[in-house]
Design a protein around this ligand. Structure first.
Ligand code: KG4
Ligand code: ZN
Length: 364
């Protein structure tokens, strides 16, 4: 008999409010098929753009305004009612404390009102497992390259909740390197996707930028120095052209610097991922997080993995950045694998700082 589980996922860790309904069909023999019934997202990016970055207090207030209409929208789109939900999942951390509290509060209030269990999910675990919702889902074990706005990590993943950190950024994350470089090129926040668009028109070899920690002998990353190198290069170009600012340079030069910056970030991510695969002996790579939407990164990883007979898996493009679907999915997978029990205790806390590999140790 096929058992079904309907999970509502709520994401509110940063500047996107997300709600989604994921249905899990259990087929026995540990087999399950997750399907995304509907998801709705509201991005606050425009509101924060005027400030050049996310303003935490504004973010929490806006989550409050958006979350209930988004939940109604997902239910309507899937033709389901609140009473049909089996579990309410929410992002418990890491993220902005006030923003997390909105999702956690709504999820636990909803759970209490419906007398249904609730489950707090680790945001990065959501990203990590999001490729299981794609048309080409991975199988355990695999190496995961997690590249979000705040985190760059390589993990060995042996199963749900079994995450071993292999290396991580010791300063800026890859997403921050994209965003900070984009900012000094005069692009709006978050500049990653805009820089990537300019890079398509540029020459990635035009400027020699550093590949930090490429030969460090470990799997850690450092992108803070790259941002400084981009700044110095931009200043040189402005001085040589005798113009007032970077945006006054010919577009071809701007695109060349964007392409060279993107190439430097991608080069390090690809090489370290290949080293992680070699060291672990694993033949599967999963890429997740916002920077995973970057086309150049996908092309370079596809090429490098093809050479080594490694299968590479990505989330669907629209599920690369923050969303409620990955939260609902991670909750369903945690329940199904037995690593976590849902709770009917509706008292909640949030974890603004929460290392992913601490999940197993805490048994949470
Ligand atoms: O995973 P995510 O949505 O949020 C966090 O959990 O942090 O990642 C957002 C990050 C931002 O730094 C954004 O600039 C970057 O992902 N990003 C990209 C692209 N799309 C999103 N960076 C480079 N190229 C892209 N196409
Ligand atoms: Zn994220």
């Amino acid at each position: 008999m096929v058992q079904k589980l309907l999970v509502l996922g709520i994401e509110s860790s940063c500047d996107e409010t997300g709600a989604a309904l994921v249905q899990f069909d259990f087929l026995g023999d540990a087999q399950h098929i997750p399907s995304l019934l509907s998801h709705a997202l509201y991005s606050q990016i425009e509101m924060h753009q005027a400030f050049g970055g996310v303003v935490p207090e504004l973010a929490s207030r806006d989550h409050i305004r958006r979350v209930l209409p988004l939940i109604s929208e997902t239910l309507n789109a899937a033709g389901r009612t609140l009473a049909e939900i089996d579990v309410v999942a929410y992002t418990r951390g890491p993220g902005l404390a006030g923003a997390l509290l909105v999702g956690a509060g709504v999820a636990c209030a909803l759970g209490a009102a419906l007398a249904k269990p609730v489950l707090g999910v680790h945001h990065l675990e959501g990203h990590l497992l999001s490729p299981f919702l794609s048309a080409d889902p991975p199988r355990f074990p695999f190496v995961a390259l997690l590249v979000s706005g705040g985190h760059t990590q390589l993990m060995r993943v042996d199963g749900v909740g079994r995450y071993q950190l292999l290396g991580e950024s010791i300063d800026d994350a890859a997403g921050e390197a994209f965003d900070k470089s984009a900012k000094l090129m005069g692009l709006d926040y978050p500049g990653g996707p805009l820089l990537a668009r300019m890079a398509q028109e540029g020459n990635p070899k035009a400027y020699a930028l550093p590949r930090p920690l490429l030969h460090s002998g470990n799997l850690d990353f450092s992108f803070a120095g790259l941002k400084t190198a981009v700044l110095v290069q931009a200043q040189k170009m402005v001085a040589a052209a005798g113009v007032s600012c970077f945006e006054a340079l010919p577009r071809s030069q701007q695109c060349d610097l964007a392409a060279s910056t993107q190439a430097a970030i991608v080069d390090v991510l690809v090489k370290k991922s290949m080293t992680a695969l070699k060291e672990t002996g694993l033949k599967r790579l999963v890429v997740a997080g916002g920077v995973g939407a970057n086309r150049h990164l996908r092309q370079q990883l596809d090429e490098a993995c093809a050479k080594r007979q490694v299968r590479v898996h990505y989330p669907e493009l629209h599920l690369c950045t923050d969303n409620g679907a990955m939260i609902a999915l991670a909750a369903a997978m945690r329940l199904h694998s037995g690593v976590q029990q849902p709770t009917m205790n509706y008292a909640f806390d949030v974890k603004p700082r929460w290392p992913l590999d601490a999940l197993e140790r805490l048994g949470l």
